[in-house]
Design a binder for this molecule. Structure first.
Ligand code: GRG
Length: 326
């Protein structure tokens, strides 16, 4: 699987379809009947999204020889936790966003009460899926317990929620790139890191390999958030006028330093995957994709590069083409 022969779009499309089919199974086939809550859950989790985190679980798991049928429950659980975080984050008490994945956000479509409950339901459902006795029979109870604990840690107070809470306490004017990196490592990075670690743990990776995957994913998660900030800078001015107050990496570090940081993070990712040869090409391509989704430049001549100014290298992005493969 040399780089030249590797078809990233095809790779992503195939894995996205595995994830979409499994999510459909968990959320539709496992729940007969309808309710507004179920409609809101399916509305938010089944239609749209790049499936970046669960694809990462599959990609790392495949590198270590894990079978897809044992990876999918954990990959889908991570995606459901991500979907819940998006619903809650969009609520007026937090980001107050009217749009998500190219359509009205959950609370705009179903009201705040149902949106709150849909987020709660998705979080709970993720643990229902991971604790399925059939999965425990395949992996063994001790390993499943370890995986669930890993996910809980990343999603909760020591991870995503802790990062979000810290962000609410940020004092304007005292935010430095270092402070932002610290909270991004929790808010966005913890779930991405765990998505990758789950694949390695399920695949039985040795300690040194798990450490390499962890460092790869930590750098990837940070690059993901920083490039999201760059893409957001465009949206803020056009679509989210009430977001102009929010400090993000680009506004705090400036375009040149932001661009350098993304390049360094990509180099970190590639270095960690170096020992694995061609088998790690999907993970290298995922890292290139994340780092280069702003075309590698946070800025040109001191200006933010607008997402619509240049052709994309590795796939369509938020704010540009909404229902793309990745
Ligand atoms: C409020 C429960 C709660 C958590 C808050 C992760 C988080 C913490 C909030 C989600 C909103 C947000 C802006 C997170 C930053 C991470 C990020 C870039 C999310 C968007 O992820 P993508 O691009 O979205 O993977 P898709 O739609 O492709 O899944």
């Amino acid at each position: 699987m040399a780089r030249d022969n590797f078809d990233m779009q095809r790779y992503l499309l195939i894995r996205k379809s595995f994830i979409d089919n499994a999510l459909h199974h968990y959320l539709k086939k496992n729940h007969q009947g309808t309710s507004v809550l179920h409609e809101a859950v399916c509305y938010s989790a089944l239609d749209g999204g790049k499936r970046f985190r669960p694809i990462l679980t599959l990609a790392v798991g495949e590198l270590f020889g894990a079978k897809r049928r044992v990876l999918l429950p954990f990959a889908c659980a991570i995606e459901l936790i991500h979907c819940y975080s998006l619903i809650h984050d969009d609520l007026p008490a937090l980001d107050n966003d009217d749009l998500r994945r190219g359509k009205p956000s959950c609370h705009k479509r179903f009201g705040e009460a149902i949106a709150l409950l849909a987020g709660d339901a998705l979080l709970t459902e993720s643990f229902f899926i991971m604790s399925d006795p059939r999965v425990a029979r395949l992996l063994g109870v001790p390993l499943v317990s370890k995986l669930i604990r890993e996910v809980s840690d990343a999603a909760g107070i020591r991870g995503m929620i802790g990062g979000q809470s810290t962000e609410l306490e940020l004092v304007k004017g005292k935010v430095t790139p270092r402070v932002l990196e610290g909270l991004d490592r929790l808010k966005t990075g913890a779930l991405i890191t765990t998505a990758a670690r789950l694949g390695a743990i399920i695949g039985g990776a040795a300690r040194k390999d798990l450490d390499k995957v962890t460092r790869y994913a930590q750098a990837l998660g940070l690059a993901f958030q920083i490039t999201d900030d760059i893409l957001d800078a465009h949206e803020v001015s056009n679509d989210k006028p009430n977001h102009t107050d929010i400090a993000n990496y680009l506004s705090v570090a400036g375009p040149a330093r932001t661009s350098e940081r993304v390049k360094d993070l990509l180099a970190d990712c590639l270095r960690e995957m170096q020992p694995y040869g061609v088998e790690a090409e999907p993970l290298r391509e995922i890292a290139r994709y994340v780092a280069l989704r702003t075309n590698g430049d946070a800025a040109r001549d001191g200006e933010v590069v607008r997402p619509d100014e240049q052709p994309l290298r590795a796939g369509p992005m938020k704010g540009r083409i909404k229902h793309a493969a990745f």
